[in-house]
Design a protein around this ligand. Structure first.
Ligand code: ATR
Length: 276
C-alpha cells in the first residue's frame, strides 16, 4: 500500500446492488473534497477470502461487509475488536501493515443515532425493552449494556434465541415471553424493535404499546418505511421516536474516519441523499 495512491474502500455483499452505503460514502467524499472512491462489490461466499486478501494490494484501505459475510469477516481477520467478538460478527474491515482488523460498528451506530437525534436520552434512565434476537439485536444489546442500561427485557418469538443471548450478554438481560412483551413495557425508558415486523413486505407490527410510558424513547431498526407502524404507535402514546436510518448512517462513520482520515457529518442533506 503506497501513500500516493487514491484511497479506496467498498462494501462486500451478495446481493449488493441495493446497498445504500456507496451513496453515503460518495456524499461524504464529495462534501469534504476528498479524492477517494467507495465501490459496491458483489462477492459470493466462495470468493470472500480471496477477494479480501487481494483488496489491500489494489489500494483498498478497508471495506464494509454485509450479508452473508459478517461471520466470515470475523474469521478472516488477524485482529478482532472486543465488541466484534462479543457480537460474533464484523461489518468493518481495515487493512493495516500488521494485517486485517475487524470491527463491528452497528452498536456504535445505534447509540450514536439516539444521542444525535435525542440528546437528552440516556441509557441509564431506566429499563429497556428489546424486541427480537437476531444479529441486529446482538449489536443493540451490546451497545445498550455498554452505555449503562440498568436492565434489558428481551422478548423474541422464538424464546430459545433470546435465552441464548441472555447467556452470552449476562445478568442485565431478563428474557420475557413474546406473549408477555406488552406488559413488560411498563416502566420502560427505552423500546427498541430489532425484528422485521413492520418492514415493507414483512409481517405487520401489532404489539400493544398501551403500557409504554409517555416518557419513553422508542426506536426501530427498520427504516423502510422510515416512519414505521411501531414509531407511529409510540408517538400516539406521547413518546419520542427515533427512526432507524440514522443507525445506518452513524455505523459508517468509524470506517470513513479510518480509511479516509476525516470525520464526516450526519446531516439532513445526507439523509435525503441516501433515501433518494
Ligand atoms: P437480523 O439479523 O436482521 O436481526 P434475523 O436474524 O432474521 O435478522 O432476525 C429477525 C428477527 O425478527 C428475529 O428476532 C425474528 O424472530 P424469530 O427469532 O422468532 O425468528 C423476528 N421476527 C421475524 N418475523 C416475525 C414475526 N412474524 N413475529 C415475531 N417476530 C418475528
Amino acid at each position: 500500500m503506497s501513500a500516493h495512491r487514491i484511497p479506496l474502500a467498498g462494501v462486500l455483499g451478495a446481493p449488493i446492488a441495493h446497498s445504500r452505503s456507496p451513496r453515503l460514502f460518495a456524499h461524504w467524499l464529495s462534501e469534504m473534497g476528498i479524492e477517494g472512491h467507495y465501490a459496491p462489490l458483489h462477492v459470493e461466499p466462495d470468493d470472500f477470502g480471496h477477494v479480501v486478501r487481494t483488496l489491500p494490494r489494489m489500494g483498498f484501505r478497508g471495506a464494509n461487509v454485509t450479508l452473508p459475510h459478517k461471520l466470515a469477516a470475523l474469521q478472516i481477520a488477524d485482529h478482532v475488536s472486543d465488541r466484534a467478538k462479543r457480537i460474533g460478527a464484523a461489518n468493518t474491515l481495515t487493512f493495516r501493515e500488521d494485517g486485517i482488523h475487524a470491527d463491528n460498528t452497528d452498536g456504535h451506530g445505534f447509540i450514536a443515532n439516539l444521542r444525535h437525534s435525542a440528546p437528552d436520552w440516556t441509557a441509564s434512565a431506566g429499563p429497556a425493552v428489546v424486541l427480537g434476537a437476531g444479529g441486529a439485536a446482538r449489536a443493540v444489546l451490546d451497545a445498550l449494556i455498554e452505555a449503562g442500561t440498568p436492565e434489558i427485557r428481551l422478548a423474541n418469538r422464538t424464546r430459545a434465541r433470546a435465552e441464548a443471548l441472555a447467556e452470552a450478554f449476562g445478568p442485565k438481560i431478563r428474557v420475557v415471553d413474546w406473549a408477555e412483551a406488552a406488559p413488560a413495557l411498563e416502566g420502560a425508558a427505552t423500546l427498541v424493535n430489532t425484528t422485521s415486523l413492520g418492514m415493507a413486505g414483512a409481517d405487520p407490527f401489532d404489539l400493544d404499546l398501551s403500557a409504554l410510558p409517555a416518557s419513553a424513547l422508542a426506536t426501530d431498526i427498520v427504516y423502510t418505511p422510515l416512519d414505521t407502524p411501531m414509531l407511529i404507535a409510540a408517538r400516539a402514546r406521547g413518546c419520542r421516536t427515533v427512526d432507524g436510518l440514522g443507525m445506518l448512517l452513524h455505523q459508517a462513520v468509524p470506517g470513513f474516519e479510518r480509511w479516509f482520515g476525516a470525520t464526516p457529518n450526519v446531516t439532513e442533506a445526507l439523509r435525503a441523499k441516501v433515501l433518494a
